[in-house]
Design a protein around this ligand. Structure first.
Ligand code: MG
Length: 473
């Protein structure tokens, strides 16, 4: 079918689908100008649960800016991360590849630590590095967690600048009493560094003001780069425990300190979107909001909520890997609620293609181009998702069905259980993963097993980056 006929069938015109940077940009009155490549802003939270935003059903946390972003853009209800803990999830987003392909997951240590000698290998091509040849200004603000040694830092991976804490905000613990330190956190308990490019500029980083300062840094970058295409990766350290909010937000949410933190992040999102509007950049900027993994449940009220999804951070139930995701691009993407599947790895491919590039052809890239779903021309191309824990496949989703081959909670002391046949859930009927329907669908299980075989046959073993430690003198 000719493209014109296809568009007519969908009730669309070529102009309504125009994407800047793809050779058919709309003329517009803003100073962003016709034909300019689109800007990209990815806002990535840490340990935010599926149920922690107003627009995803939280009954007391107020997120007016994210709610508006969702109303103007797309709210994705089946959007996944590449792993249920920080380091591998971040590697998946920035490389478009399951972390098993880069060595950024391990069965020995789940994430990188301050004594880690490894990090994201130079052979990986981050979104930032892929965008540089297309003339993009790039900045990373916030948590990195892909290696804190120089060769692994953002400035060694395609980012022009970096401002942030290079790993989790609960590392480098030097004081405080047991878990009480988390219930009544003080900045001085965690001696984490705050870095500007490759230099430590503050230690311990003042965590009470960190969310506010990250948002301000993001706004500053957008204003400074408004006349050139830019990619901003803003990865908040929070709401990962220990929780901190600035004076303006501390004690203001009905949800307690966790709510204060989310409402401060929401406020920052508002500042960023207002800046894009005020600078005339909104209609040329694709903004994504999501999180690296689900809520950290052992921290009780200091952890978030996965809403109706089962379990949380650290495991392969939905609560660990399905994230509250909002995509925003006024006048470009079709507003609405999207029930199709998507994944952070898809942002890699989608963003690079929108910038006029192509994902690297010399390796397997797991990311798919979400443009059809974004621009209303068709469904999301994603119908399968692999759920890894470390280097092992624990579950696979295909279409509505998810097969669990191995189950274990995130952090409870339950046993790892292998299932043969796998436990099968219909996630469209049963998003809370309660009712095993394996007996009724042997054909679905056979199909999923075939997917696993195809997938594992194409895997190439990589050096475990997370197990390497800095040698003590
Ligand atoms: Mg996390």
């Amino acid at each position: 079918m000719h493209r014109r006929d296809l568009l007519k069938g969908l009730g669309l015109t070529a102009a309504s689908l125009a994407v800047p940077g793809c050779g058919n940009a709309l003329s517009r009155s803003t100073k962003s100008g016709a034909g300019r490549k689109p800007n990209f802003v990815v806002i990535f939270c840490d340990d935010l649960g599926y149920g922690d935003l107003g627009c995803f059903g939280h009954p007391t946390i107020r997120t007016p800016h994210l709610d508006r972003m969702a109303a103007e853009g797309q709210k994705w209800t089946n959007f996944y991360v590449g792993a249920s803990v920080c380091t591998p999830s971040r590697a998946a987003l920035l490389t478009g590849r399951l972390p098993i392909r880069s060595g950024m997951c391990s069965d020995r240590r789940r994430v990188l630590f301050p004594d880690s000698a490894g990090g994201l290998p130079q052979s990986e091509i981050t979104i930032a590095r892929a965008l540089k040849p297309h003339g993009y200004a790039t900045a990373a603000v916030g948590k990195w967690h892909l290696g804190h040694l120089r060769e692994y830092l953002p400035t060694s991976h395609g980012f022009d600048s970096y401002f942030g804490i290079p790993y989790s905000n609960d590392m480098d613990r030097v004081a405080g009493e047991g878990r009480k330190a988390f219930w009544e956190p003080k900045t001085e308990y965690w001696n984490v560094p705050l870095m500007r490019d490759e230099q430590i500029v503050e230690r311990p980083a003042d965590q009470e003001t960190i969310t506010k300062r990250y948002s301000e840094e993001a706004v500053k970058f957008i204003k400074a780069k408004k006349d050139e295409p830019f990619f901003l990766y803003l990865a908040h350290n929070l709401p990962h425990v220990p929780l901190f909010a600035s004076d303006e937000f501390d004690g203001t949410s009905r949800r307690g300190l966790y709510g204060d933190v989310i409402e401060e992040i929401d406020h920052g999102v508002g500042l960023i979107l207002d800046t894009l509007r005020d600078e005339g950049l909104a209609e040329n900027t694709f903004v994504v909001f999501t999180s690296d993994n689900g809520p950290w449940l052992p921290y009780n009220e200091h952890g978030g909520s996965a809403g109706l999804l089962r379990e949380g951070k650290g495991c392969t139930f939905e609560g660990g890997m399905r994230e509250p995701t909002i995509l925003w691009w006024p006048s470009k993407i079709a507003p609405g609620v999207v029930h199709d599947m998507g994944a952070t790895m898809d942002l890699y491919t989608t963003i690079i293609k929108l910038a006029g590039g192509q994902p690297p052809a010399d390796r397997i890239v797991d990311g798919l181009d979400l443009s059809p779903a974004l621009f209303g021309t068709g469904p999301s191309p994603r119908d399968t998702m692999f759920y890894y824990r470390g280097t092992q496949i624990h579950a696979v989703r295909k279409g509505a069905f998810k097969a669990h081959f191995i189950t274990k909670s995130g952090y409870r002391r339950d046993k790892r259980v292998t299932h043969d046949p796998p436990v099968l859930y219909n996630l469209e009927h049963d998003p809370s993963e309660k009712y095993n329907v394996a007996k009724d669908h042997p054909d679905v299980i056979a199909d999923i097993r075939a997917e696993v075989t195809r997938h594992t046959q194409a895997l190439v073993k990589k050096e475990d980056q997370l197990a390497k430690r800095i040698k003590k003198e």
